[in-house]
Design a protein. Structure first.
Ligand SMILES: [Zn+2]
Ligand SMILES: [Zn+2]
Length: 347
């Protein structure tokens, strides 16, 4: 066992505190990663506060991880000491079901093993990336190209792949009109990626306060959803709408913005059910879909795509001791656009 520094949530209501956690001894197919940066995802906050179900406290969260390989098991072939690597939202899966064999491990029939708070296949509870080191099976470790800025790479492992996967699956590209709902951690990456894919991108945000940013990221248009005229102006316009908002919205109003055969994909997860008016889907033969992160091969494809197109998340770098304050700011949408923990502050 390796004892390493970390920050952990002691309970649903206490602030995160500095502690130590155990990492397993390296198995033949394991990689030891010295973590350098860890992104703060809204899911981390939902999880530590017990909003998404029971939590095995104390828990270290974090599933946007980048660092360097410092040791490899005897059978590791995909990674070498010194490589810059990343770990996202999952660290294992059954590897036998149809979805795993199709490279869609996120939809593993037995459930993928989450990077934190899940029971791994060896029976231990996984602990996330707000920590100095992590041990992960090589098949769930990604190569992070050196030309992606180091401190900005971490959020690609969740926010990046969560938006890339549906954009790729529903063929965002030249000739396609794509709307992105919400301009937060996920939304700003959806804009950059859809623009890089060649789509015509419109941002739909509550206010125009981030309009300059949206246009700088390559969006063609930017509308405030607080203005009812927006929904008249944009009726029947979009081939794809990616909804990144995790608060309840009037989803039916957004369906009416879809053109013929258009699809609205939700990647934000509101806690309450959304009332869907089926009539709003009849017109233009519209579809309503969900999407959850992406497979390992697709995550590598996303990292390579971002490196090739020179796109990376916008981040605010913080020390480990600022995490509790950062959580409060995330809840107020007061971050442009992702907090990243400088893990050197934990050493
Ligand atoms: Zn996440
Ligand atoms: Zn599986």
């Amino acid at each position: 066992m390796l004892t390493v520094n970390a920050i952990a949530a002691p309970s649903a209501t206490d602030p995160l505190v500095r502690t130590t956690i155990e990492r397993r001894d390296l198995g033949p197919r394991d990689v030891l990663i010295e973590i350098r940066y860890a992104g703060i995802c809204h899911s981390d906050i939902h999880t530590v506060r017990g909003e998404w179900g029971p939590v095995p406290y104390p828990l270290t969260v974090g599933h946007e991880i980048v660092g360097r390989v410092t040791e490899v098991g005897s059978g590791v072939t995909r990674h070498a000491v010194g490589d810059r690597v990343g770990v996202g939202c999952m660290v294992n899966s059954c590897r036998k079901c149809a979805n795993c064999l199709a490279g869609q491990e996120q939809y593993c029939a037995e459930g993928n093993v989450g990077t934190y708070g899940s029971v791994d296949r060896d029976g231990t509870v996984t602990q996330g990336g707000y920590s100095t080191h992590v041990v992960v099976d090589e098949d769930f470790v990604l190569r992070v190209p050196e030309n992606i800025p180091y401190e900005a790479a971490a959020p690609l492992l969740c926010a990046g792949i969560t938006t890339y996967s549906p954009l790729a699956h529903w063929n965002a590209g030249p000739g396609k009109k794509v709307a992105v709902v919400g301009m937060g951690g996920l939304g700003h990456m959806a804009v950059k990626i859809a623009v890089a894919m060649g789509a015509e991108v419109t941002v739909l945000s509550q206010t125009l306060s981030k309009k300059d940013d949206g246009l700088a990221f390559g969006a063609k248009d930017y509308y405030a959803t607080s203005d009812p005229a927006t929904f008249e102006t944009l009726a029947n316009r979009f081939d794809l709408i990616v909804n990144t908002v995790s608060a309840p919205i009037d989803i039916n109003a957004y369906f009416r913005l879809l053109a013929l055969d258009g699809t609205l994909i939700s990647v934000g997860a509101p806690p309450e059910p959304l009332p869907v008016q089926v009539f709003a889907l009849f017109g233009n033969r519209r579809s309503f879909a969900g999407s959850m992160i992406g497979g390992i091969a697709e995550t590598q494809e996303m990292l390579d795509f971002c490196a090739e197109h020179g796109i990376a998340p916008e981040i605010e770098l913080i020390d480990a001791d600022a995490v509790n304050a950062a959580y409060e700011r995330v809840l107020k949408s007061d971050v442009r656009y992702r907090f990243v923990i400088d893990v050197d502050s934990l050493r």
